[in-house]
Design a protein around this ligand. Sequence first.
Ligand code: COA
Length: 299
Amino acid sequence: MSKSIDHSGLTFRRDYFGHRKAWGALVDLLKDTFDIDIGPLQQLGGPDPSSMPFGWFACDGRLAANLSAFAMPLMINGRTVNAAAFQSGAVRPAWRGRGLYRDLTQKALAWCQEKGFEAIVLYTDKPALYEPYGFRALPLHAYSGNAPAALKVRTPVRRLNPLEPADLKLLSTALKARAPVSAALAVRASAAMFLINTQLDPGVRISWLERERIAVAWKMEAPGHFKLLDVVCADIPSLASIIGALNIDVEAVDVLFCPDKLGWSGQAKSLDSYTQFMIRAPGTIAFDRPAMLSPMADF
Ligand SMILES: CC(C)(COP(=O)(O)OP(=O)(O)OC[C@H]1O[C@@H](n2cnc3c(N)ncnc32)[C@H](O)[C@@H]1OP(=O)(O)O)[C@@H](O)C(=O)NCCC(=O)NCCS
């Protein structure tokens, strides 16, 4: 028997990102629900062009419930997977328990099937919400270890500000031509996620290696403790040359993706996170090696 939905007083809309007020209603829903501001995305080239939002709107223009899907091609175990991702799933408290989220989940799943995606991924702190639809949690691992001896590279390096049009252009071009940062698990593109993530964590620095045309997303956790979040370029350089180019004193390193292309091997450590990474795919998927998606791909 199909379960009921109560959408009285609400209007369903999909594909509404082109409408300024409706986009603003999503920004408000995500601020109110998750305390995340995706408003700056509009200055950063806009949402992912493949996005397909599904929403129930109240008559005052507020978004009561939403779930968005978008194409997120992934590299998993050395193979390109034509994946979609779900994001921005939320229902305002006054409208919860009426079946609105179940309805949006079914609509988003139907869209993914129609588009022929091989897999769907999401992050959630409520895995039970998605298990009935065949999503399974995959363990994520970061890598830690001693810093390699820096390979001194004399290259002009400067910090990029993605909100500056010239820097945004550089970064967007690099993101279009990027190689997956790991063969184990990485995004193939997803420029919009990278760009908004530069704004969501003020501790992230984006350094531009001028000559090599490489963007490095990194943090200094404490003096001497380097965290590498992502490397955007066509040919991934070694960790030793990244540290050398940044010209920083580093003793300990955390790499927040599988470092198979970095010429360095740390120790895999289970990622401490309140959310789980889930995947829905026809067969069973397990990573060949411990892995995680770069935080710059968070969605
Ligand atoms: C979680 C949330 C989206 C549920 O919305 P909702 O409109 O109340 O959900 P529905 O009434 O459509 O219920 C859908 C199903 O989810 C189940 N469910 C609802 N809340 C749940 C929760 N916190 N954990 C697990 N399952 C839940 C319901 O029992 C129902 O199951 P059924 O289909 O077997 O009947 C909503 O509470 C919310 O926005 N929470 C805050 C943000 C959030 O957690 N977003 C989703 C995580 S990515």
